[in-house]
Write a protein that binds this ligand. Structure first.
Ligand code: GLY
Length: 649
C-alpha cells in the first residue's frame, strides 16, 4: 500500500513535518540514511532569533512565529512521549568585547524579539564570570534553547508511537519524475511511492534535486561543569563574535561553532577546536579548566541567501523544506505548520512566496553593480550600471564568459588565457581527462579550482546512456578537485563526428534522467526554441544554443533562433559554439544572451591570452550595451545636429 506522503530526510524538519501531517490524518513514511547524520544531531539547540541578527525582515517574521509556536509544540511532544526535550527559556546574552564595538553595539539591533542593552557593570553583575574584556552586551530575554539531541529522540519516539513509518538505513538515490509529477523515489531498498513527496534532506538535498543547498561545516565541542562546582556557573546562552556557549541544565556546556565551506569534509581539526576554545575562554574564562567531554561536527544546509527553501516545486506533488542553515531547530514548528497547511489543505501562507525555490532560478533575482574592465581614460560614472550577476542553479558568477581547456598549444597558454578571460567557469571534457588526451594531463594542478568552477562536459558521448554515465564520472571528478557540491554538467550528446550536431532527442532524454539524479544540467543544443523550452520544462539549469557549428568560428549564424530562445527562456541562455571573434561575442551579448562559452576562438588565436582578454572585454561591452539599450534602426539618415531650433536669417 502506498503512503499519502513520503518525506526524504531524517532531521528535525523532516520529523516535525511527519508528525504534523500524521496528526492531521495523513499516512506518512520517512526515509533517511542515518538519523544521526542530520545537522539536528550536531546543533547546539539555540532558539535565538534575536541574537542571530537576521537582517531579512520576512525571515525575522518566520523565526518569530516559530519561536512563539515553540512552547506549545514542545509541551505537546513531551506529553505525548513523557520524555523531556530540555526546552529552557534561558535567554541569550551577546557580550561585546571592545569599547568601539560597545558603542556600535549600543545601537539597537534589528531583532524580531525584544533586546535590552546592558552596561559593563550590569552585564558582569547579571552574569558573573564573564571575561574582563566584556564591556557591555545585549540581553535577549525571549530567546531560548532546547536540547537538540533530546528533541530528536522525542520526535522519533513520537513519530513511532503515531505509526509514522520510519525507514532508517535507506539512501534515496533519485527522484523519478514524469510530466512534472514525482512517480517514485529510487532507494537502496527499491522504489518507494506515495501521493506526495517532501524533500527535507538538509545539506544533502542537492544530490536529489538541483537546489542551491550546500554544506557549511560546523565544529563543536562540549565540556562538563566539574562536580565540585556547587551551582551551574552559567544560566543563559552566551553568544559572542563567531562563538556561542550553551549551558545545559545537566552540567554540560556546548561550545560552537566554526563556519567552514569545505564540502562534506569530515572530522574535527586542531585549528577548528583551537579557534573555538580561544574564543570561548575569552568570553567565559573559567571553562578553560573544565573537562572536555566530546568533540563533533555537522553540516548546515546553506543557500546562497542563507534563507530556507520552502513550498512548492517544479513537480506538482513535491514540496521543498530545506536550506534552514543556522536555524533549523528554531524553524521546525513553523515549517511543519506551513507545509502541512500547504500539502493537505492547499493553503499557501503569504510568507511562503519569499522562500520559494524560484528565487534562485530567475534571471535577475539580486541586483549588483555591473563592473567591467574600464579603459583608463573612461570616466567613472560610465563604469557602473545596475545589473544582476549571472545565476545558474543558485550559484552566482560575476563573469558572463565561460571558457574551456581544449585545443591550446601549451598548458601555459591555457593557464594565461583562463586568467585573461576573467572567467569563473571552465568546462572540461571528462572523457579527455580520463584518457589523458593532449592538454588534459595535470588539469588538477593546472588551474586554481578554489576560484574556478568546473563545468564537466560529456563531449565525445554519442548516446544518452554514455552521456549519463560520463556525467556521473564528471561529478566524481569535480569532487576530487574539492568541489563537493558541484553538480553541474554540460550535456553533449553528439552522434555524428563530421557535423558535430547535438542529438535533440538523446539530449532531452539524458537531461531528464540527469535532472532526476540531482544534476544542474546545462545542455548544448542546436538553436531550436522548442527544444530549449522542453529542456527548461524538464528542469535544466540553462540552455546552451550553438551560434554556428562547434569549432567553426563562423559566428552568429543562428541569431534569429537565439533571439526567440532568449525571449522565452526563464533560465539563463548561454550562447555556445561558433563564436569566432570578439565582435560576435559582443553581438550575442547585445541580443540579451546571459553568458557565452568560447573555447576555440581563444585557443586557436595567434595569441590566445590576448584574445581571451579581448573576449572578456567584448562580453562585458555587449552586456553593458544590452543594458544600455541600443538606438532604433532608421531607414533613412537623420542628421546628427538637428535643424529644428536653429537660427536662420
Ligand atoms: N545555529 C548556530 C549555528 O548554526 O552555528
Amino acid at each position: 500500500m502506498t503512503s499519502d506522503v513520503l518525506i526524504m530526510g531524517g532531521g528535525v524538519i523532516s520529523m516535525a513535518i511527519a508528525i504534523e501531517l500524521k496528526l492531521r490524518g495523513a499516512k506518512v513514511i520517512v526515509v533517511s540514511r542515518d538519523f544521526d547524520a542530520a545537522a539536528t544531531h550536531a546543533a547546539a539547540g539555540m532558539l535565538a532569533p534575536g541574537a542571530e541578527i537576521i537582517s531579512d525582515e520576512t525571515m525575522q517574521e518566520l523565526c518569530k512565529r516559530s519561536s512563539y509556536l515553540y512552547p506549545d509544540w514542545i509541551s505537546k511532544l513531551e506529553e505525548f512521549t513523557s520524555i523531556s526535550t530540555g526546552y529552557w527559556s534561558c535567554g541569550v546574552l551577546t557580550p561585546v568585547l571592545w569599547k568601539d564595538e560597545r558603542d556600535k553595539g549600543a545601537i539597537s539591533p534589528s531583532s524580531p524579539l525584544p533586546a535590552y542593552w546592558l552596561e559593563k557593570e550590569a552585564i558582569h553583575q547579571y552574569q558573573p564570570g564573564l571575561g574582563e574584556e566584556v564591556v557591555g552586551g545585549w540581553w535577549y530575554p525571549e530567546d531560548a534553547q532546547v536540547d537538540n539531541r533530546a528533541l530528536a529522540q522525542v520526535l522519533l519516539t513520537a513519530a513511532k508511537s503515531l505509526n509514522v513509518e520510519l525507514k532508517e538505513g535507506i539512501a534515496v538515490e533519485g527522484i523519478q519524475q514524469q510530466q512534472r509529477q514525482v512517480v517514485g523515489v529510487q532507494t537502496s531498498a527499491g522504489i518507494l511511492r506515495a501521493e506526495h513527496y517532501v524533500l527535507a534532506a538538509g545539506a544533502w538535498s542537492n544530490a536529489l534535486f538541483p537546489l542551491p543547498v550546500r554544506p557549511i561545516k560546523g565544529q563543536m565541542l562540549s565540556v562538563r561543569v566539574p562536580e565540585f562546582v556547587p551551582d551551574l556557573p552559567l544560566r543563559r546562552v552566551l553568544f559572542g563574535e563567531e562563538i556561542y556557549i550553551v549551558p545545559r541544565r545537566d552540567g554540560r556546556i556546548i561550545v560552537g561553532a566554526t563556519i567552514e565551506n569545505v564540502g562534506f569534509t569530515p572530522h574535527n581539526t586542531p585549528a577548528g577546536i583551537q579557534t573555538l576554545l580561544q574564543r570561548a575562554i575569552r568570553l567565559f574564562p573559567q571553562i578553560q579548566n573544565y573537562p572536555i567531554q566530546e568533540l563533533w561536527w555537522g553540516f548546515r544546509p546553506a543557500t546562497p541567501d542563507e534563507l530556507p527553501i520552502l513550498g512548492t516545486s517544479s513537480c506538482e506533488n513535491l514540496t521543498f523544506a530545506t536550506g534552514h542553515y543556522r536555524n533549523g531547530i528554531l524553524l521546525a514548528p513553523v515549517t511543519a505548520a506551513l507545509l502541512a497547511d500547504l500539502i493537505l489543505e492547499q493553503k499557501t501562507d503569504p510568507l511562503l512566496s519569499h522562500f520559494h525555490y524560484s528565487r534562485f532560478h530567475t534571471k535577475s533575482s539580486t541586483n549588483s553593480m555591473l563592473t567591467y574592465p574600464t579603459l583608463k581614460t573612461q570616466k567613472s560614472e560610465l563604469s557602473t550600471l545596475e545589473d544582476s550577476p549571472l545565476q545558474i542553479a543558485g550559484k552566482t558568477f560575476q563573469s558572463r564568459l565561460m571558457t574551456g581547456t581544449g585545443k591550446y598549444r601549451s598548458i601555459e597558454e591555457m593557464q594565461q588565457s583562463v586568467v585573461k578571460s576573467g572567467c569563473q567557469i571552465v568546462t572540461v571534457a571528462v572523457r579527455r581527462v580520463q584518457t589523458n588526451a593532449p592538454g588534459h594531463e595535470g588539469l588538477a594542478e593546472a588551474l586554481d579550482w578554489t576560484k574556478i568552477w568546473m563545468l564537466p562536459n560529456t563531449a565525445g558521448c554519442k548516446t544518452t546512456e554514455e552521456a549519463i554515465r560520463v556525467a556521473r564520472l564528471g561529478r566524481e571528478m569535480a569532487k576530487l578537485l574539492g568541489q563537493e557540491d558541484n553538480n553541474f554538467v554540460k550535456l553533449e550528446v553528439i552522434p555524428n563526428p563530421k557535423y558535430l550536431l547535438p542529438d535533440p532527442i538523446g539530449t532531452l532524454q539524458a537531461a531528464e534522467q540527469l535532472v532526476k539524479e540531482g544534476f544542474a544540467v546545462l545542455p548544448y543544443i542546436n538553436s531550436d526554441p522548442m527544444l530549449a523550452k522542453h529542456l527548461e520544462e524538464v528542469g535544466c539549469a540553462t540552455v546552451m544554443p550553438l551560434a554556428s557549428p562547434i569549432g567553426s568560428g563562423q559566428g552568429l549564424k543562428t541569431a534569429a533562433n537565439i533571439q526567440i530562445i532568449i525571449e522565452n527562456a526563464k533560465v539563463p541562455v548561454v550562447v555556445d559554439a561558433g563564436i569566432g571573434a570578439p565582435s560576435e561575442a559582443a553581438q550575442a551579448m547585445e541580443m540579451g544572451a546571459d553568458a557565452l562559452l568560447i573555447n576555440s576562438a581563444i585557443a586557436l588565436a595567434q595569441n590566445p591570452p590576448a584574445m581571451a582578454h579581448a573576449m572578456n572585454l567584448a562580453t562585458v561591452a555587449g552586456r553593458l550595451a544590452y543594458l544600455a539599450g541600443r538606438m532604433p534602426i532608421k531607414t533613412y539618415a537623420i542628421a546628427s545636429s538637428p535643424l529644428t531650433g536653429t537660427v536662420t536669417s
